[in-house]
Design a protein around this ligand. Structure first.
Ligand SMILES: *Cc1c(COP(=O)(O)O)cnc(C)c1O
Length: 434
């Protein structure tokens, strides 16, 4: 299987190249060149995630250097569960994707990518430098996944003073091959610095540079697998297809679900739950794509005004009418997020993180007929303890902290403060890890 860019460049590449490059040379995103129609019928509901992943991913790695390592890579990436918890009979369940080391769904993709890239390093002449700009969640998952991998270093850039204390701890508790850089600037400054670094001749000479944001195909393929596995399990248990409500920002998780459906997984409806950043709901409602600056919300990992993976969805469904036939989208403001966290805690005893709460609210806004018709799955993207500063005052009690996060909270934190300039970034990368 080969992968092609969403843009002009149609030169197909294999899986290894797509993962190593992150972005295609023309600035586009890699997507599968074809959709193997015979894949889904070979997969069994109920099989454990790791062996299922190896089987599912095999056609995508066929002919590539990574193919023989796929079972081992899958075992590393899928070494924690993604349970589907019933909330309201067979009508409504919650897919908990937050049982990994940093308690968010990004652990799946980041761990798969790290396990794959690590296997491509022997024989490489230069160290791979992974640059990640983060507004909170991505940086922790990527740092955890790459921590201790030889031949690879990671630089996590976060905006100083603009992430919560809990998030800052997860970004800066690594050391070793992970540099955490607190940038005196905004998240946009961090992103600009990463983009500048990618085209900087002196940095490109010193390092092989790559990214681990959801523009990287290596994040999306493993995410596709949990939609396949969950929809097969729902069909087995309930006799019908699954419908998903997905908290969305850059649309990586949403694209993975659309890909699973495209591959023939039994998926009926897909609802994208956005926070007050309304770019996608507005695009589907009036057909016009108007990207804008992001606005800060309680569900900060979804504060995106120009979702990068819309380019992948548009490669399949080029206009709003066609995309709207496959997904719908709603926007949920902060007041509604707060109210939903309170209400569902009282009604079901569940504690949502602010992102998952947008999905719960989006489901509640469906018509009664729509809710009755399907087997709905709310995608829970993060553990509420990651956002305890927001959640605890709303439910009036402490959020229990999972063992994985306890471990991170106990590690010593250190990071380097830098100005928001390319010179400062160059200097930080040239020095030892603080
Ligand atoms: C990143 C993130 C999202 C948004 O996912 P996308 O793939 O960017 O749409 C939602 N919830 C949480 C907790 C996240 O960390």
């Amino acid at each position: 299987m080969q992968f092609v860019s969403t843009r002009a460049e149609r030169q197909p590449v294999g899986l290894s190249t797509a993962l190593t490059r992150g972005l295609a040379p023309d600035g586009g995103l890699y997507v599968p060149q074809e959709w193997p129609a015979t894949l889904l019928p070979t997969l069994n509901a109920g099989e454990a995630l790791a062996p299922l992943a190896a089987k599912f991913l095999a056609p995508f790695a066929a002919g590539d250097a990574l193919a023989p390592a796929l079972p081992a890579i899958s075992a590393e990436a899928f070494n924690f569960p993604a349970p589907l918890i019933a909330l309201d009979g067979s009508r409504l369940g919650v897919l908990e994707l937050f049982h990994g080391p940093t308690a968010a769904f990004k652990d799946f993709g980041a761990r798969f990518l790290a396990a794959a890239l690590a296997r491509l390093r022997p024989g490489a002449t230069r160290t791979l430098q992974i640059l990640v700009a983060t507004s909170g969640d991505t940086g922790g998952a990527v740092a955890a996944a790459f921590h201790g991998r030889s031949g690879i270093e990671v630089a996590v850039l976060f905006p100083l003073g603009l992430v919560s204390p809990t998030q800052q701890q997860q970004l800066s508790c690594w050391g070793g091959n992970v540099r955490t850089l607190g940038v005196r600037g905004s998240f946009d400054d961090c992103q600009r610095l990463v983009k500048q670094a990618f085209v900087d001749p002196s940095l490109r000479e010193r390092w092989e540079l790559s990214s681990a944001n959801s523009i990287n195909l290596g994040r999306l393929l493993p995410q596709t697998l949990y939609y396949v596995a969950t929809s097969l399990a729902v069909r087995e248990q309930c006799g019908g297809p699954a419908s998903f409500v997905i908290p969305s920002g850059n649309l990586g998780n949403a694209t993975a679900c659309v890909w699973a459906q495209r591959l023939g997984a039994p998926i009926a409806q897909i609802v994208l739950a956005h926070n007050a950043n309304r770019t996608v709901p507005d695009y589907l409602a009036n057909g016009e794509l108007r990207v804008r600056a992001s606005v800060p919300t309680l569900a900060s990992a979804m504060d995106v005004g120009n979702p990068s993976n819309l380019e992948r969805l548009s490669a399949l469904y080029p206009d709003a009418a066609r995309l709207g036939a496959v997904v719908s989208a709603v926007s949920v403001d902060d007041d509604a997020i707060r109210a939903r966290i309170r209400t569902d805690y009282e009604r079901y005893g569940v504690i949502w993180c602010p992102h998952t709460a947008t999905a719960a609210e989006a489901w509640a806004r469906l018509s009664p007929a729509q809710r009755e018709r399907g087997h709905w799955v709310l995608v829970a993207t993060a553990h509420p303890a990651k956002f305890r500063e927001i959640v605890e005052p709303l439910i009036g009690r402490p959020v229990p902290v999972p063992a994985s996060l306890e471990r991170l909270f106990r590690r010593p934190a250190r990071f380097l403060e830098i100005d928001a300039t390319l010179d400062a970034l160059r200097g930080a990368l040239a020095g030892a890890v603080p």
